[in-house]
Design a protein around this ligand. Structure first.
Ligand SMILES: NC(=O)c1ccc[n+]([C@@H]2O[C@H](COP(=O)([O-])OP(=O)(O)OC[C@H]3O[C@@H](n4cnc5c(N)ncnc54)[C@H](OP(=O)(O)O)[C@@H]3O)[C@@H](O)[C@H]2O)c1
Length: 293
C-alpha cells in the first residue's frame, strides 16, 4: 500500500492534530474549523446556537458513479476496488468525527458493519483509538441513521453492540414504527423531527444534546443531496478511483448527488483545498461555498 503524496494543501493545521503515524499515511496533517483551537466548554454555545461542522466522504469512479447498484456489489468497496489506502483515509476521517451519518440505504448496504474507524481498516484499530483519545473524543463515533419512513432492518451490527451509541433520526411516523427499538438496542435512541428530518435541525441537535462538533456524512447520494440542498455540507473528501462504471436506463446507478437537481443559478460551488494521490487514485478535498453571487 502506497501512502498518500500531497500535491498541494491550503489548509494545514496551525498545531498538530493527527498522530505522527497517521500523518505518515495521510501525507500530512488534517483538521476542521471546530477542532482548532478546541473551544472550552463554556464557549461552546451548547443549547442549539451552533451546529456540528459537517464533512462528507465518498469514493467515485472517473465518471462520478458511487455504487454499481448490483445486489451483492452495491457498496463503495467495488467502486474503490477495495483500495486499502482509501480505507485508511476513511478510518482517519472517522477517527476525527463525533458522529458518522448514514442514509438508510447506505446503512442497509453496510449493515454488517459499524462506522467504527477500525471496522474499515482493522490494522489501524489501536491507532484510531489513540487518535480519538488524543482529541478527547468518545471511543467510538456516534452512529446516526436517517430514515423518513422508519422501515429499516434493525438487525444490523450497529444495533447489536452495547458499546456502539446510535441515533435513528426520523419522522413522527418513523418513530412510531421504531418505538420498541431502544428496548432491544439499549445504546440506541430514536429522535423524531416531526414531518421531515431537516439536516440543519439534526446537526444542531447533535451539537446541543450530544456535544458533537464534527459530523461525517458518509452518504449515500440521496442524503448528500439533502445536506447540500440544505446548505450544511461544509466539506467534501472525494476519492477518485481510476475506473469507469457507466449507467443506462435499464441499469440506474447513483452519481455523487441524487434526489435534487439544482438550477444553474442556485447550484452550489466548491473550491479545492487539497489534492493528494496514491498511484492512480486521487484524493480531493473541497470546501463547499454555496451559491455564487
Ligand atoms: N461510493 C461511496 O462512497 C458510497 C457512499 C455511501 C453510499 N454508497 C452507496 O450508495 C447507495 C445508497 O445511496 P442512496 O443515495 O441510494 O441512498 P442513501 O442516501 O444512503 O439513503 C436514502 C434514504 O435515506 C433517507 N433519507 C435521506 N435523506 C433524508 C432526509 N432529509 N430526511 C429523511 N430521510 C432521509 C431516506 O430513507 P427512508 O427511505 O428509509 O425513509 C432515503 O430513502 C448504496 O449502494 C451505498 O452502498 C456509496
Amino acid at each position: 500500500m502506497d501512502a498518500l503524496t500531497t500535491l498541494f494543501d491550503e489548509l494545514p493545521p496551525a498545531a498538530p492534530v493527527l498522530l505522527p503515524e497517521l500523518q505518515a499515511l495521510y501525507g500530512g496533517d488534517l483538521a476542521f474549523p471546530d477542532m482548532l483551537p478546541l473551544p472550552a466548554p463554556a464557549e461552546e454555545g451548547v443549547g442549539g446556537e451552533r451546529r456540528a461542522f459537517c464533512y462528507a466522504n465518498f469514493v467515485a469512479t472517473i465518471d462520478g458513479i458511487v455504487s454499481f447498484n448490483v445486489p451483492g456489489s452495491d457498496t463503495g468497496n467495488e467502486i474503490s476496488g477495495g483500495s486499502a489506502i482509501d480505507h485508511v483515509v476513511m478510518g482517519i476521517l472517522r477517527s476525527l468525527a463525533g458522529a458518522v451519518i448514514w442514509g438508510s440505504r447506505t446503512y442497509m448496504a453496510a449493515r454488517r458493519f459499524t462506522p467504527a474507524p477500525g471496522a474499515i481498516w482493522p490494522p489501524g484499530t489501536d491507532l484510531f483509538a489513540a487518535q480519538r483519545a488524543h482529541l478527547g473524543l468518545t471511543p467510538l463515533p456516534l452512529a446516526v441513521i436517517i430514515t423518513a419512513g422508519g422501515e429499516i432492518d434493525t438487525s444490523g451490527a450497529i444495533f447489536l453492540r452495547d458499546d456502539q451509541p446510535a441515533i435513528v433520526a426520523t419522522t413522527d411516523r418513523g418513530a412510531q414504527r421504531l418505538a420498541d427499538l431502544p428496548s432491544r438496542a439499549p445504546a440506541t435512541e430514536v429522535w423524531s423531527f416531526g414531518e421531515t428530518v431537516t439536516p440543519d435541525a439534526l446537526l444542531r441537535r447533535l451539537h446541543a444534546e450530544r456535544g458533537v462538533r464534527t459530523a461525517l456524512c458518509e452518504g449515500g447520494a440521496m442524503l448528500f443531496g439533502a445536506f447540500l440542498a440544505a446548505g450544511v455540507a461544509d466539506e467534501l473528501f472525494l476519492t477518485r478511483a481510476p475506473q469507469f462504471a457507466g449507467r443506462a436506463v435499464e441499469a440506474p446507478r447513483p452519481g455523487l448527488v441524487e434526489g435534487v437537481a439544482f438550477s444553474p443559478a442556485a447550484a452550489p460551488w466548491a473550491h479545492l483545498v487539497s489534492l493528494k494521490r496514491s498511484g492512480s487514485y486521487l484524493f480531493e478535498r473541497y470546501r463547499i461555498d454555496g451559491m455564487r453571487g
